[in-house]
Write a protein that binds this ligand. Structure first.
Ligand code: ME8
Length: 513
């Protein structure tokens, strides 16, 4: 039976339209999910929407719609974006679904039974934008006297009866858990941040609210609804059938292999979530990866600055596979990155159109013209031929390692090392010169190149599914020979369709790029 692999995105607040940040997180998971499927894993890839809480309730009020109708509408925009981006999630969860309410209430009961929840009252600061509680010492006071959280979100004073989770009791057990699982938090710098936060001392966490009611009712006390983060985090187990834990999906997929999140929400995933789970007697996830944030032409992205990047517009301008490639190639995954038109066009024209596209186009048109449109026959191979094939053959092994580390930029760099080597081989072998002098040698060179491109296209499928599939079509590779285990070398004599370019250049009127 195939090995399970469970990967999740954060569930997105339905207070707003989806933007590039949402597309980015889900893209990273999609590429990983596709890679693992091609590599024979039984993948479960989850995304969805976070629909409760004060922030969503306020947005619904502002729109003059009931919260349920509002979330139905906005959640659909996230689904549409996922389809538009060619994402291959297996489930799309909404926290307003009945299955989720059942899971949340069950988890709550387990926490109560474990003695980790008590009734008290909360008096302190709350940021609706972050749906987070803050201590006085974390806040900054502006010239107007307004207090803000480290995220820049405005805070308000809240006083209400509240249930608390005994987070303070989990400090040592969390630190022991991080120690025993050195790969639990990635990248490493983030791991250090989290451990120092926990070492700094944890306070009990308010886990219910009473001043509004858009949420999951606390079992046995209808005056309270669950804190939206406890509700939201639970989605990861709802989707694998929790509270049923004995067999089925939970037993198969939990603990999740990876929660992918932005750096802004690491604390919730790496501190609160494992503490809730351990308290409930459930296993914590295996890994949480916190990626960086995008800026737009050097500026922080914000609605008030009016520079929010709409992924649909971006794709309309540059193309889907181009955007998918750029986002994962431009910055080391985990670091912050800047989106700029110039950088996008450079990658698109330099790496996709020139390096990869030209390689395929040159080789496939030479085959169409000089080899009767069929995969040419290879004669005896020389050292250069073998060296290139070996390099292309080693790619998959290298990629497995990079993907398991979520080093997408390094995975793509490894692919480009082979693309550059193949281009250098074309120039050195000059097959066009061999056409008259030595047609058999020309056939060998073109065979080696076509085989190299096949291997490249198989490995670029997770990143650029559309373009890679068109390349594989042009190489006559059958649909069932595209996953890693079934991939097999090209067969001489196989008829090929007419070649066509798959990576167009971006022609820029503004600056003549
Ligand atoms: O936090 N660059 O939802 P959310 C990169 N509902 N990624 C960005 C980004 C940017 N400029 N802006 C946002 C929530 N993101 C909660 C999650 S999970 C149980 C609950 C991404 O709609 C990044 O992944 O605010 C961040 O973590 C996510 O959007 C936050 O989405």
């Amino acid at each position: 039976m195939a090995k399970p692999f469970y990967v999740t995105t954060p569930i997105y607040y339905v207070n707003d339209a989806p933007h590039i940040g949402h597309a980015y997180t889900t893209l990273a998971c999609d590429v990983l999910a596709r890679f693992k499927r091609l590599d024979g894993f039984d993948v479960k890839f989850l995304t969805g929407t976070d629909e409760h809480g004060q922030k969503v309730e306020k947005s619904a009020q502002a729109a003059g719609i009931e919260p349920q109708a509002f979330t139905d509408k906005v959640s659909q925009n996230f689904r549409d974006l996922a389809d538009f981006m060619n994402f291959t999630h297996d489930d799309f969860i909404r926290t307003t679904e009945a299955r989720h309410r059942t899971a949340c209430q069950d988890l709550w009961r387990r926490l109560v039974d474990a003695g980790d929840i008590y009734l008290g009252s909360y008096a302190g600061w709350y940021a609706v934008r972050d749906e987070a509680f803050y201590g006085e010492d974390e806040l900054t006071t502006g010239p107007d006297g307004k207090k803000t959280a480290p995220s820049g979100a405005e805070v308000e004073w809240v006083e209400e009866p509240s249930y608390f989770f005994k987070l303070s009791a989990w400090e040592d057990r969390l630190l022991a858990f991080y120690d025993a699982n050195p790969d639990f938090i990635a990248p490493r710098t983030r791991r250090n941040e989290v451990t120092s936060f926990v070492k700094g001392g944890l306070q009990d966490l308010s886990v219910s609210r009473t001043t509004f009611n858009w949420g999951v009712p606390v079992p046995g006390d209808d005056a309270h609804i669950m804190y939206v983060w406890l509700d939201a985090l639970t989605n990861y187990i709802t989707a694998v059938g929790y509270p049923e834990t004995a067999d089925g999906a939970y037993a198969r997929y939990w603990p999740a292999d990876l929660h992918m999140v932005g750096k802004d929400i690491l604390r919730f995933h790496a501190v609160y979530w494992p503490a809730f789970l351990m308290a409930a007697g459930l296993a914590p996830p295996k890994r949480v990866f916190a990626h960086g944030w995008w800026t737009n032409e050097g500026q922080k992205i914000s609605k008030s600055l009016g520079n929010v990047i709409d992924p649909i517009e971006l794709v309309g301008k540059y193309g889907l596979d181009q955007v998918r490639y750029f986002l994962l190639r431009e910055v080391p995954f985990g670091n912050d990155g800047d989106f700029s038109h110039r950088a996008m066009v450079n990658r698109m024209n330099g790496e996709l159109a020139n390096d990869y596209g030209n390689l395929a186009q040159r080789v496939l048109s030479m085959i169409a013209k000089n080899c009767d449109g069929r995969v040419p026959e290879a004669g005896a191979l020389g050292t250069d031929d073998e060296a290139l094939l070996e390099q292309a053959g080693g790619l998959l092994g290298a990629l497995r390692e990079k993907m398991d580390a979520q080093a997408f930029h390094e995975a793509l760099e490894a692919v480009w090392v082979v693309i550059r080597a193949a281009n250098a081989y074309v120039d050195a072998q000059a097959p066009w010169k061999l056409r008259k002098e030595d047609p058999a040698r020309m056939a060998t060179v073109l065979h080696v190149l076509a085989e190299t491109i096949r291997r490249l296209a198989v490995t670029t499928q997770p990143f650029m599914p559309e373009a890679s599939s068109r390349l594989l079509d042009q190489l006559g590779v059958a649909a069932e020979a595209r996953d890693f285990a079934a991939a097999r070398p090209l067969e001489a004599g196989q008829a090929l369709p007419k070649p066509e370019g798959v990576f167009p250049r971006f022609v820029d009127d503004e600056d003549g790029a």
